[in-house]
Write a protein that binds this ligand. Structure first.
Ligand code: PRX
Length: 649
């Protein structure tokens, strides 16, 4: 039996106490398809509505009229759902366990404290002139204030746009301008792996860029006390602002379809796009998926290792868990600091029950051998989860055996920034697991596979993954550019949401995501567009042309392989490679660091001038025998030249 065919049946003890066993999953899934209105009307009751919705689903995927609305006449407040309604029953229970970068640093924040801090900041935001509908950019470390800032925005109806703290000043500036954001919340520095990252300096640099004059104020949390520049009139210390505020703040009544947040993500073309998520549907979906996929039981300690800068952090560190009254662990650091045993040590220290992490982190640990986990027992764990990229069966088995002591089911959760919440995943009491497969769709999700013409493929097959009907967590638009939203997701295949992923379905109906079929890279679970990296490179004087492709990488999943054609008269050198690497890191951020740069005197192009990336991908993957038809190239000899000078790894 190959690794791919191995099955881990549902554990009986798990199924017995789970929110859903096989029969319940089947029944609920059927109902969600046969009667979506009835199903979602019922599920929406898990939230506290100010005015309960009577109109449930109003959605169209028709590319002439993409219109997605859920619960459209209902009103509620997301922050009140994550905080206020828990005060009577669990005000003194921990909401957030914060574990600092330094293992000696940790603290617990109760629901009442989180409520009070959120109200104080919400009042502070009002004092700064922020009101309903304004966009606030968050560029923050993984500290409780990041969750407080998100919830405070939600409380007053401001829209947050969290920008990952690893992005460069230019990337931050682009997002501030794109969202017309009048306030940035940041910290003096963040701390990761014992090193300081100069967040405030980056904000200062970002706000010198054209267009950023829209941003009037910068609110600064003191994290390290490190040296920073200060601009009077613009910069405000967080603590000074919140200390003078009352600990109560009324929650703004929001329509279900009012925006809750924007989150930028990369696509195959153009600049990153700000996906718009709204309030009622998103929160219903984040909360329901968190309960069922992680089989969350009251009082359990749940840890998602993502950063709040990504959608995983939004839905499964903050909104889903807090809406469910869960104990959510937030970790400031990295899994390799001070040693590679850190993740297990955190599990033991806080008696973590659920660990939700990324394949790249698992593969990095696995490379150090089983002993890497010797400093911890991890006997509190009940469930493991994986997200962000395909998990190879070897990494799945290692995660299961070494981290989970062969005791914990693994939920391999497939979803996207655009989907708002988990779409295809095991429910741990209901699905037999196959390592490497995300298994079956969540309630209300209708996946299908289509060929390149959009014909639906039935049975066991492989194709492009589409979703046929709307679900409440879905992004509603791209901020300020609905046409681009329609163009990107609904025009490739008429009447269907196109995910950009390839996928196989096996004879049991299980889904196996094979990776992106467009020009989007997934490097260590970080999503980026080849076009973004290319446009950064061609802005350098030495570069005439650049083509970027992904290649298989043992730890990162995909690495970044760059072909560069130099400007006439520029000589290739190792020093120039270093310079270009630094250039991209500075322009986009360290996550876009090239792994390989190859000098390319010419790039393979069709006679109409289109770069044939298929060929570049094959060369980068060292699959030079299977290049396929190169006869349509304007100059086929460039291919031999590229193969000959391929950079060996
Ligand atoms: O290619 C898929 C991959 O990550 C992409 C979405 O990236 P992002 O919007 O940054 O969201 C990541 C976290 C939800 C998808 O199009 N992906 C995500 N989860 C999985 C996955 N690929 C395979 N298996 C997964 N479990």
């Amino acid at each position: 039996m190959t690794e791919q065919q191995k099955v881990h049946p549902v554990r009986d003890d798990f199924a017995a106490n789970a929110h859903a066993d096989k029969a319940k999953y089947q029944a609920m899934y059927q109902q969600s398809l046969e009667d979506p209105e009835g199903f979602w009307a019922e599920q929406a009751k898990r939230l506290d509505w100010i005015k309960a919705p009577t109109k449930i689903k109003h959605t169209s995927f028709d590319s002439h009229n993409v219109d997605i609305r859920w619960f459209e006449d209902g009103t509620l407040n997301a922050s009140a759902n994550c905080l206020d309604r828990h005060l009577a029953t669990r005000g003194d229970q921990t909401a957030i366990i914060w574990e600092g970068d330094d293992p000696a640093d940790s603290r617990h924040v109760t629901y009442r404290e989180l409520y009070e801090h959120t109200c104080q900041l919400a009042n502070g935001l009002k004092e700064l002139g922020v009101s309903k509908g304004d966009v606030v950019t968050l560029y923050m470390p993984m500290i409780p204030e990041a969750a407080v800032a998100m919830l405070a925005c939600a409380r007053i109806g401001a829209v947050h746009s969290v920008v990952f703290g690893g992005f460069s000043p230019d990337a931050l500036a682009q997002r501030v301008v794109g969202a017309d954001s009048k306030l940035v919340i940041t910290a003096d520095e963040s701390v990761r792996g014992g090193k300081q990252v100069p967040l405030k300096d980056n904000v200062d640099a970002a706000l010198t860029r054209p267009g950023t004059e829209v941003c009037e104020k910068v609110l600064v949390v003191k994290r390290t006390g490190g040296e920073i520049d200060w601009q009077d009139g613009r910069d405000v210390w967080y603590q000074d602002l919140v200390d003078r505020q009352p600990t109560d703040c009324p929650a703004e009544e929001m329509n279900a379809e009012d925006p809750l947040f924007i989150l930028y993500t990369s696509g195959s073309t153009g600049a990153p796009k700000g996906l718009k998520h709204t309030t009622g549907g998103y929160l219903t979906y984040a909360s329901l998926t968190h309960q069922y996929v992680f089989d969350y039981q009251d009082g359990e300690v749940y840890w998602c290792t993502a950063d709040v800068g990504w959608v995983t952090g939004h839905s499964y560190i903050v909104y889903g868990p807090l809406a469910n009254g869960a104990i959510t662990l937030m970790f400031e650091g990295v899994p390799s600091y001070p040693t590679h045993g850190r993740m297990g040590e955190i599990v033991d220290k806080h008696r973590v029950n659920t660990l939700y992490t990324a394949p790249t982190a698992i593969r990095a640990l696995m490379a150090h051998g089983d002993d890497v986990m010797a400093s911890s027992r991890r006997d509190s764990l009940r469930l493991l989860g994986s997200v962000g990229e395909p998990i190879n069966p070897e990494a799945w088995e290692w995660f299961y055996r070494v981290i989970g002591n062969s005791q914990c089911p693994i939920v391999d959760t497939w979803w996207q920034t655009e989907t708002g919440g988990i779409m295809i995943s095991p429910l741990p009491g209901a699905m037999d697991l196959k390592p490497g497969s995300a298994t079956l769709p969540f309630f209300g999700v209708v996946p299908a596979l289509v060929d390149s013409e959009g014909n639906e493929l039935k049975g066991a097959t492989e194709g492009n993954l589409v979703i046929l009907d709307s679900w409440p967590g879905q992004a509603r638009s791209i901020w300020g550019d609905h046409d681009r939203f329609v163009q990107t997701y609904f025009s490739t295949y008429q009447g269907m949401y196109f995910t950009g992923d390839g996928c196989r379905r096996d004879e049991d109906g299980y889904y196996w995501i094979t990776g992106r079929v467009d020009d989007v890279l997934n490097v260590s679970g970080h999503r980026m567009g080849t076009a973004e990296i290319e446009s950064s490179l061609v802005a350098h004087d030495a570069v005439a042309e650049a083509a970027v492709v992904g290649f298989p990488h043992d730890i990162k999943g995909q690495g970044i392989y760059i072909y560069v054609t130099l400007t006439d008269g520029v000589e290739p050198s190792d020093a120039l490679k270093k310079e270009l690497t630094q250039w991209v890191r500075k322009d986009i951020g360290p996550i876009a660091s090239p792994d390989v740069i190859q000098w390319a005197p010419g790039l393979p192009k069709t006679r109409s001038g289109k770069i044939m990336r298929r060929i570049l991908r094959k060369i980068a993957a060292n699959e030079c025998d299977g290049l396929g038809d190169t006869s349509t190239l304007a100059d086929p000899s460039v291919v031999d030249e590229l193969i000959e000078h391929r950079v060996n790894r």
